[in-house]
Design a binder for this molecule. Structure first.
Ligand code: UT7
Length: 323
């Protein structure tokens, strides 16, 4: 018998305000045509003034709990992946815990755009160790708050949102036909920290700072590393590309998503794509994509999902999960 982290519920929340590419044309020297052609993004959501990352996280968490049919008190751990917390501390996760009344413990994971994959892997480890039974895993971000509006190469790419899942411990046979997380793969390489970072922080500038990215370089790493991590995790699960029903990738750029799928030999009819509607929401992008795909009734029990992401650090990784 093997303890498995089984997916019981999915939910998401997007702030009401939708910002079309055309609106950004008025703000910076860009065009709808350029943004679509280079990134695949058509629109994104921006949080309202006073609407915080924790607010988005709480909405998404409620939706995931309702989908799972669990009461907040039945949850014994909350893990929030975010790089845009309300404040330096406490964690967004404890704010969510306080608002919902979940039990156990709560903490944040910060691995930027790979955050959700890191949080899922962390939750899986707690469940497999017997330290948690039901874990709420949330990706929530307000990247609109760390945009440099003087830098057209980055400010047109990001958006706000949150997605959440509920994982529950269950018994599996230890085979890759089990439901639940079958394998995870995490990587980072701090030599590349200057490719994507925020130029402020508590200890350095005592300001929040804004996002700085060498897009072309990150793109190059993404195309190389994402297929690699997905294949490593699949191999660890004893599976191959032919076994994949859905790739649910980090949504940064449709060209990265397409090239990764091509490298893996998975057709685009098996890839969930939401970047056109959400932009890059960093750690929120995978759970948002999961939730949209679920609403579209794309998923069937027993199907194999591969989630993969890369971002600042660089940090990257993947999760293989059977529904
Ligand atoms: O989520 C974390 C991981 N992040 C990523 O995965 C992002 C990875 N990088 C990318 O997605 C792409 O590199 C970008 C979308 C950021 C940029 O696409 P690109 O094809 O690499 O374009 P580029 O940076 O080479 O820029 C091409 C041209 C440049 O003009 P010149 O030098 O050719 O004259 C830029 O100045 O496009 C220009 N440009 C713009 N033009 C209109 C850059 N930004 C804009 C803009 N509007 N917003």
């Amino acid at each position: 018998m093997t303890r498995r982290a089984i997916l019981r519920g999915i939910g998401h929340y997007l702030p009401a305000r939708i910002v079309e590419n055309a609106e950004l044309e008025k703000r910076v020297d860009t065009s709808d045509e350029w943004i679509r052609a280079r990134s695949g993004i058509e629109r994104r959501h921006f949080a309202a003034e006073g609407e915080l990352t924790s607010d988005l996280a709480i909405h998404a968490a409620r939706a995931a709990l309702a989908d799972a049919g669990f009461e907040p008190a039945e949850i014994d751990a909350v893990v929030v992946a975010t790089s845009t917390p309300d404040t330096t501390f406490p964690s967004v996760a404890t704010i969510v815990q306080g608002a919902l009344g979940t039990g156990g413990f709560a903490f944040d994971v910060q691995a930027v755009c790979a955050g959700f994959v890191y949080a899922m892997s962390t939750a899986n480890a707690f469940i497999q160790a017997g330290q948690a039974q039901r874990v709420l895993v949330i990706g929530a971000e307000t990247f609109s708050r760390i945009m440099n509006w003087e830098d057209r190469t980055t400010c047109v790419l990001f958006g706000d949102g949150a997605g959440a899942v509920v994982l529950e411990a269950g018994d599996g046979a230890g085979a890759n036909t089990d439901a639940g997380i079958l394998a995870t793969d995490l990587n980072s390489d701090g030599r590349f920290r200057d490719l994507l970072y925020v130029d402020g922080g508590v200890s350095s500038t005592q300001t929040t700072g804004v996002l700085v990215m060498q897009g072309k370089e990150v793109f190059r790493h993404a195309v190389e590393k994402l297929a690699q991590t997905a294949e490593t995790a699949l191999a660890a699960a004893g599976l191959g590309a032919d076994d994949v029903d859905w790739i649910v990738p980090h949504q940064a750029n449709s060209r990265i998503i397409t090239r990764t799928a091509q490298k893996m030999g998975v057709g685009m009819d098996r890839v969930v794509m939401t970047v056109q509607d959400h932009g890059n929401t960093s750690a929120a992008s995978i759970p948002l994509a999961l939730s949209v795909a679920k609403e579209q009734q794309l998923f069937k029990p027993g199907q194999v999902l591969v989630m993969e992401a890369i971002g600042g650090g660089l940090a990257w990784g993947s999760v293989v999960l059977r529904l």
